[in-house]
Design a protein. Structure first.
Length: 174
């Protein structure tokens, strides 16, 4: 994600904020079909590698399903780890309030990542002010252009020790 225009600064700021503040939580917003969840899991791997945290389980759940769960039991399962809430705009007020209160009491360092479109995130944050204040870091994934995908492919190939020549770059553009 670093090679994509505008992402490096956002990622550095978000990672620093999460590492510096024990109770920091993250928002990842971007258009439908972008790679928000992949970015979330990538951020978790970077945090684990750089600071050894989060060190518990990682759970993903859609907000609509979260509304039907026992929030306290769910947070116990991922204590010290991470909870990724997909399609966060579907979270209801009762769930947001319960999650906010439980995060206030949490001493395990559980990281919560909410992901959705900008409109979905705005809706999720509007259900409860104390819930909204928990999310101190934000990363906005831009709408990808063909050049961004070529950059992804080139960076990935490079990480694996391969080189993409001009013909391959042309093929990727096509």
């Amino acid at each position: 994600f670093v090679p994509v225009r505008g992402m490096e600064a956002q990622l550095c700021k978000a990672l620093e904020g999460i590492m510096e503040h024990e109770k920091a939580h993250l928002i990842i917003q971007g258009s439908e079909g972008c790679v928000r969840s992949i970015l979330g899991t990538s951020i978790i791997r970077v945090l684990q590698k750089e600071c050894g945290h989060p060190n518990g389980k990682v759970g993903k759940i859609y907000a609509e399903a979260l509304n039907k769960k026992d929030i306290q039991q769910l947070l116990k399962k991922v204590a010290g780890g991470c909870l990724i809430i997909e399609k966060a705009g579907e979270i209801n007020r009762q769930t947001a309030v319960a999650l906010s209160l439980l995060l206030e009491q949490d001493n395990s360092g559980t990281l919560v990542i909410m992901e959705d479109t900008a409109a979905g995130i705005e809706k999720a944050l509007s259900v409860d002010d104390s819930f909204a204040k928990r999310f101190t870091e934000t990363v906005t994934v831009p709408l990808f252009k063909v050049e961004d995908f070529v950059t992804f492919a080139s960076a990935y190939a490079n990480e694996l020790g391969y080189v993409i020549d001009e013909m391959a770059v042309l093929a990727l553009h096509n």
